[in-house]
Design a protein around this ligand. Structure first.
Ligand SMILES: Cc1cc2nc3c(=O)[nH]c(=O)nc-3n(C[C@H](O)[C@H](O)[C@H](O)COP(=O)(O)OP(=O)(O)OC[C@H]3O[C@@H](n4cnc5c(N)ncnc54)[C@H](O)[C@@H]3O)c2cc1C
Length: 488
């Protein structure tokens, strides 16, 4: 049996802990059955955003006329787009595997790890070729970073029809003419926007009364309204049954009972036929095949690994991070947790995870970004807060871009402490960061954002304007062009 100081299960964000350990002179091992880099590089963030970038290019061409530019979309080379993205991301994953193999102090095992006891693992090779061999290894410390995979919801008839998940929808050789997406969360919304922008007729079935229902209500309302310009959106519905009709897949969607303001009010079931069905109904942790029952590692009733605030599991010497820990299913969160685990294991520190200033973004049209609490969460907690929502066209660049439905919503406590910020509109994923930095630097206040000088006429002036409204600024110079908003 091979013995290591640290064994990391999963070659996504967890591999950062192994390389950090090797840099301090420890012997580390990474166990990974698939491409290095985890879901993000080959099945998640990067290929999906590469596709969405193409969708944005198409959208810009289609909208060019609004800016008096005469442009026509002659076609979209769908297969070439997906092949090029596939090659790029797999080359990146191969490079990561080579780098890991070459790095001193890290051994790479190509296979599925399974616990035999708390810190001993059997590795089932993906195939018996090259350096892939069955092995038993033991770590003084073990890090569980095995991520998750798409959930397959219990829908009648699903066993008898072909369906896609996000794992296979990213690299289709041909564009589907019609697509039904089951799931109105961020993956369904992003892929719905992509496919619709490049010409697929898309229907999205979402159980809640809005798409991306975890966002602040005002944000999810804008996303739902905007995506309805691209797709047929069935919010307040859930897929009850699937079947086939000739070559078509047919989804019967019934009212979910979550009618809300924007939801399904008619109460009638609908039948949606398409040539492809994409399930985007959430993800589940990869702990079901990990043999955790042979260990003291506790999981919750959905299979997520339970940890304390230091990311230590209930088994001695076993840590967990990333999507296998439920809280924050984002790549940057998994990387942050890898830093926390590396510090706690390698320096024997007691660094607790802190998600207060953990941002996230959704790359639909318009983009969404958020940090901190939503207004709904604060209201549910009975917290005192004030909010200010400023439309993009309050700032000159927002007006230039004609980002009509964009806004920045700033939320602060009575003492000016920033409690949250929600942005919807162009470049939202970048705009959010000045608020993240303010929050992260400890007790960030609205004055920290409003007091900084902002480049004119950059979009960040919208963030500036929203926080300035909540701040106590003398001689304010925040732009307010709202009176010149509005166009035909
Ligand atoms: C379509 C899509 C789009 C996304 N877009 C974004 C985005 O824009 N921004 C963002 O922040 N996040 C995004 N995410 C989420 C992001 O990909 C994940 O949060 C991130 O990859 C989690 O990292 P991880 O290391 O925990 O898990 P993973 O990256 O999933 O890595 C876990 C690794 O463990 C391996 N593994 C599984 N079982 C075993 C085993 N038994 N033994 C050894 N290894 C095992 C897996 O093969 C995998 O490589 C997206 C996800 C999807 C699906």
């Amino acid at each position: 049996m091979d013995e290591y100081d640290i064994v990391v299960l999963g070659g996504g964000s967890g591999s950062l802990v192994a390389t950090a350990a090797a840099e301090t002179g420890l012997e580390a091992a990474v166990v990974e059955p698939g491409p290095l880099g985890g879901a993000c590089i080959t099945r998640g963030c990067v290929p999906s955003k590469a596709l969405i970038h193409r969708a944005d290019v198409v959208t810009d061409v289609r909208n060019a006329e609004a800016f008096d530019v005469d442009a026509r979309l002659e076609g979209v080379e769908y297969g070439e787009i997906t092949a090029a993205i596939h090659d790029t991301v797999y080359e990146k994953a191969d490079n990561q595997a080579s780098n890991l193999r070459d790095s001193e102090g890290v051994s790479l095992y190509r296979g599925d790890g399974r616990f035999v006891d708390d810190r001993t693992l059997e590795i089932e090779p993906v195939d018996e070729s090259e350096d892939e061999r069955a092995a038993k290894i033991r770590g003084e410390t073990v890090v569980v970073a095995v991520g998750g995979r798409p959930t397959v919801p219990p829908i009648d008839g699903l066993d008898d029809v072909a369906y896609l998940t996000s794992d296979d929808a990213l690299f289709l050789a041909e564009r589907p003419d019609e697509l039904v997406i089951v799931g109105g969360g961020y993956i369904g919304a992003e892929l719905g926007y992509f496919f619709a922008a490049v010409g697929t007729e898309v229907s999205i079935v979402g159980r809640s009364d809005r798409l991306v229902p975890r966002e602040d209500d005002d944000v999810s309302a804008v996303v739902t309204e905007s995506l309805a310009n691209y797709c047929d959106v069935y919010t307040g519905y859930e897929a009850a049954e699937v079947g086939t009709d000739g070559d078509a897949v047919v989804v019967t969607a019934e009212p979910s009972g979550d009618d809300g303001d924007a939801g399904n009010e008619s109460g009638d079931a609908v039948e949606l036929a398409a040539d492809e069905l994409l399930l985007a109904a959430g993800r589940r942790p990869n702990t079901d095949t990990l043999g955790v029952e042979a260990t003291g590692v506790e999981t919750d009733d959905r299979g997520y690994v339970e940890t304390d605030q230091f990311l230590k599991t209930s088994a001695d010497g076993v840590w967990a991070l990333g999507d296998v820990v439920e809280d924050q299913p984002y790549k940057h969160a998994a990387d942050y947790e890898a830093r926390v685990v590396a510090e706690n294991v390698l320096e024997e520190s007691q660094r607790a995870v802190d998600y207060e200033a953990m941002p996230h973004a959704i790359f639909t049209e318009p983009q969404v970004a958020s940090v901190g609490r939503t207004e709904g969460e604060l209201a549910d907690d009975g917290r005192d807060y004030e909010t200010e929502t400023v439309p993009y066209d309050a700032a000159p660049m927002g007006m230039i871009l004609e980002a009509d439905d964009g806004f920045v919503k700033a939320i602060a406590g009575p003492d000016g402490e920033i409690l949250g910020c929600h942005v919807v509109g162009p470049q939202a994923s970048s705009l959010i960061h000045e608020v993240v930095v303010a929050m992260d630097s400890g007790g960030g206040t609205v004055d920290d954002v409003a007091g900084s000088v902002h480049v004119h006429p950059a979009l960040n002036e919208v963030v500036y304007a929203a926080f300035d409204e909540l701040a106590d600024t003398d001689y304010s110079t925040a732009p307010d062009w709202r009176d010149v908003g509005g166009r035909d």
